[in-house]
Design a protein around this ligand. Structure first.
Ligand code: FE
Ligand code: CA
Length: 522
C-alpha cells in the first residue's frame, strides 16, 4: 500500500494530537460552544490584548510567545495550531513540560470564543505545540500559558465548496542578505494558504555586516538541535515573517538549507562533514518539525516522511514533495555553470529525486485527482534547461535527474491540468510544461539570485517554453485559482535592504483551464 505516507493515515492516533490530554478540558465544537455561550467563555479565561500579562498566575517572567503563532495543514474539518514556547530571543525555555491553552474565536477581539483546549508543550519537543483542532469556519486563534497570551493568528479549514483559492508561494529567506518586505505583503494580502517551498532558514555561520550582509546570523554554522533552534528563533523574531505566519494556514516543505546546502540523502555537501551527518540531519529534521505547523509526529528516526497530499475543495489537490531526503547524490561532482556534456552518471535510469516509495505514491495520487487543478509543490526546477550538447548547468535541479524527471512528467500528465510550484533558485520564472501544464518558480523572499538579469535572459532565450524570468528582485508569487484559470502574479520587493520597502507586481501570467499548457502574460 503506497497510497498515502504513513504519517497521514487517517485516524491520527500516531500524530501529535494532544487535545484534552492533560487538562480535562475537552474541545468543544462550534455548535456546542454557541449553545454553551457563557459557560464556554468561563471555561477559557481571556486576557485582553492590551494587557498580555495577567498577574497572579505566572511562573515565567518573560513572554514565552516570542516565536509567534502559525497554523497549517488544514483539512475540511480541522487544522494544526502551532506555537513554541521559548525564552528571550528564542532561547530554549528552561522548564519541564508546560500546559498551554488554545482558543478559537469568531472575532479578532476574542469576545466570541467558540472552542478551546489544553495541550502540553513538552520539553523533549523544545516546547513546541501542534494542536490539531476541529473547526468548520475561518477563525482567530491564540494561546495562553503562565499568565501570558500569544499574538493572534487567523486560520481556516479547507472549505468544502469554493469558487476561488488564493495561495502565496514563497521560499528562500536568507536572513542575512535581505529583509522580509515580501512577508509583510503576504500578510496584507491575507491569502487562503501560504505554501512555503523550503529554505526557511540558512545554516551558514554568521557573516559580518557589510557588502550584501544586512544583519548577521548568530553564531557558527548550525549543527546541533540547539543550534538549529536558535537559528529558527532568530528568523522568527522578524516581525514581517511573524505576521505572514499568523495570516493564513501554511503548507510547509523543506529544501536543503534546513539541514545543509545541497545535501542529498545522507551525503553532505562537504565530504569532510560525513561523520555525524545522520545525527545532524535528524536534529535538523526535529528542529524543522518543532517550528512548522505540520500534521505529523516528531521525527524519531532517520526516516521522517513529510511528503503529503492536501485537498482544497474541488479546486485543487496539493502534492507536497520532499526532493532532498531520498535523492541520489548530485551527479558528475555537482559542478555548476559547466557547459560540457555531462558524465554518463547523470543519465543512469535509477537515479532518483524522490525515492521509489514517494514516486509510486505520487504517480498513484496524480492518477486519481478529481479536483480541477493538481498542484505539485516542490523544491527544484523541473523545466528542461539542458543545452543542445546535453550540458547540465545546475546538477542540483531536475536536469541532473533527467530519467527521474521523465517519470515525474509522465505522472504529472495524468490529471487534466497540473501546476508545478518551485523554489530554490532565487529567481522568478514562468514556463510551459508541454503536455502537462505550467511551472511557476518563486524567487527568494530575501535570498539573492546567483545570476543577473542579463545572464538569466541570455540563458532562457534558448528555451521557448520559458515565458518569463526575473533575476534582479526578491519576492514571492500570488496565485489565484478558479475553475476557469490559474493566475500567477509575481510580486517583487523594490528594495531588499529596506524592511518597509514597497512591493509591486512584476508580471502576471495565466493558464486557461481549457488549454492546459499554454502560459500567457496577462
Ligand atoms: Fe535558497
Ligand atoms: Ca535550496
Amino acid at each position: 500500500m503506497r497510497d498515502a505516507p504513513p504519517s497521514l493515515v487517517p485516524g491520527r492516533t500516531d500524530l501529535c494530537l494532544r487535545r484534552g490530554q492533560t487538562s480535562g478540558v475537552t474541545p468543544i465544537s462550534r455548535r456546542d460552544a454557541l449553545g454553551l455561550g457563557a459557560a464556554a467563555l468561563a471555561a477559557f479565561p481571556l486576557a485582553r490584548a492590551a494587557d498580555r500579562r495577567r498577574p497572579g498566575s505566572a511562573p515565567s517572567t518573560d513572554d514565552p510567545f516570542v516565536l509567534g503563532v502559525c497554523s497549517g495543514d488544514p483539512d475540511a474539518t480541522s487544522v494544526v495550531l502551532w506555537t513554541r514556547l521559548a525564552g528571550p530571543g528564542g532561547a530554549l525555555l528552561e522548564a519541564g513540560d508546560v500546559p498551554v491553552t488554545w482558543e478559537l474565536s469568531e472575532d479578532e477581539g476574542f469576545t466570541s470564543v467558540v472552542a478551546g483546549g489544553t495541550v502540553d508543550a513538552l520539553a523533549r519537543e523544545g516546547h513546541a505545540v501542534h494542536a490539531v483542532v476541529d473547526l468548520s469556519a475561518p477563525a482567530w486563534f491564540r494561546f495562553t500559558t503562565g499568565g501570558w497570551t500569544s499574538p493572534i493568528g487567523r486560520t481556516a479549514p479547507a472549505p468544502r465548496d469554493a469558487d476561488t483559492l488564493t495561495v502565496a508561494a514563497a521560499s528562500c529567506q536568507n536572513f542575512e542578505v535581505g529583509y522580509y518586505a515580501a512577508h509583510r505583503d503576504i500578510a496584507e494580502w491575507q491569502p487562503d494558504l501560504v505554501v512555503f517551498l523550503g529554505d526557511f532558514i540558512y545554516e551558514y555561520a554568521a557573516n559580518p555586516v557589510g557588502d550584501h550582509v544586512l544583519r548577521s546570523h548568530h553564531g557558527p554554522e548550525v549543527r546541533t538541535i540547539d543550534d538549529y533552534r536558535i537559528r529558527y528563533g532568530q528568523y522568527l523574531g522578524d516581525r514581517h515573517l511573524a505576521a505572514s505566519r499568523a495570516a493564513a494556514p501554511w503548507l510547509a516543505i523543506w529544501d536543503d538549507h534546513e539541514v545543509e546546502n545541497n545535501h542529498a540523502r545522507l551525503v553532505p555537501e562537504d565530504p569532510a562533514d560525513v561523520d555525524g551527518f545522520a545525527e545532524r540531519r535528524l536534529a535538523a529534521y526535529q528542529a524543522w518539525w518543532e517550528h512548522m505547523p505540520v500534521r505529523m509526529a516528531r521525527p524519531t528516526s532517520a526516516d521522517f516522511t513529510i511528503y503529503r497530499r492536501v485537498e482544497w475543495s474541488s479546486l485543487a489537490t496539493f502534492f507536497l514533495l520532499d526532493g532532498r531526503q531520498y535523492r541520489s547524490d548530485q551527479a558528475c561532482g555537482d559542478v555548476t555553470l559547466n557547459f560540457d556534456p555531462p558524465c554518463a552518471d547523470a543519465l543512469v535510469d535509477d537515479r532518483t529525486m524522490l525515492g521509489s516509495e514517494q514516486e509510486v505514491w505520487l504517480a498513484g495520487g496524480l492518477a486519481d485527482v478529481s479536483a480541477r487543478w493538481a498542484v505539485i509543490a516542490q523544491q527544484t526546477v523541473v523545466s528542461d534547461m539542458r543545452l543542445e550538447n546535453g550540458a547540465i548547468i545546475n546538477y542540483d535541479q531536475w536536469d541532473g535527474y533527467a530519467p527521474a524527471r521523465d517519470r515525474l512528467l509522465l505522472a504529472a500528465a495524468q490529471p487534466e491540468r497540473t501546476i508545478v510550484l518551485t523554489g530554490d533558485i532565487h529567481l522568478a520564472a514562468a514556463a510551459r510544461l508541454p503536455g502537462v501544464g505550467a511551472e511557476f518558480v518563486s524567487t527568494g523572499v530575501s535570498s539573492r539570485s546567483p545570476v543577473d538579469q542579463a545572464a538569466a535572459d541570455a540563458l532562457t532565450s534558448l528555451f521557448p517554453d520559458v515565458v518569463g524570468v526575473e533575476a534582479d528582485h526578491r519576492g514571492y508569487v500570488r496565485h489565484t485559482v478558479t475553475n476557469d484559470a490559474w493566475t500567477a502574479e509575481f510580486r517583487t520587493v523594490d528594495d531588499a535592504t529596506d524592511p518597509d520597502s514597497a512591493v509591486s507586481t512584476w508580471k502576471t501570467f495565466t493558464v486557461d483551464a481549457n488549454v492546459r499548457d499554454v502560459v500567457v502574460e496577462a
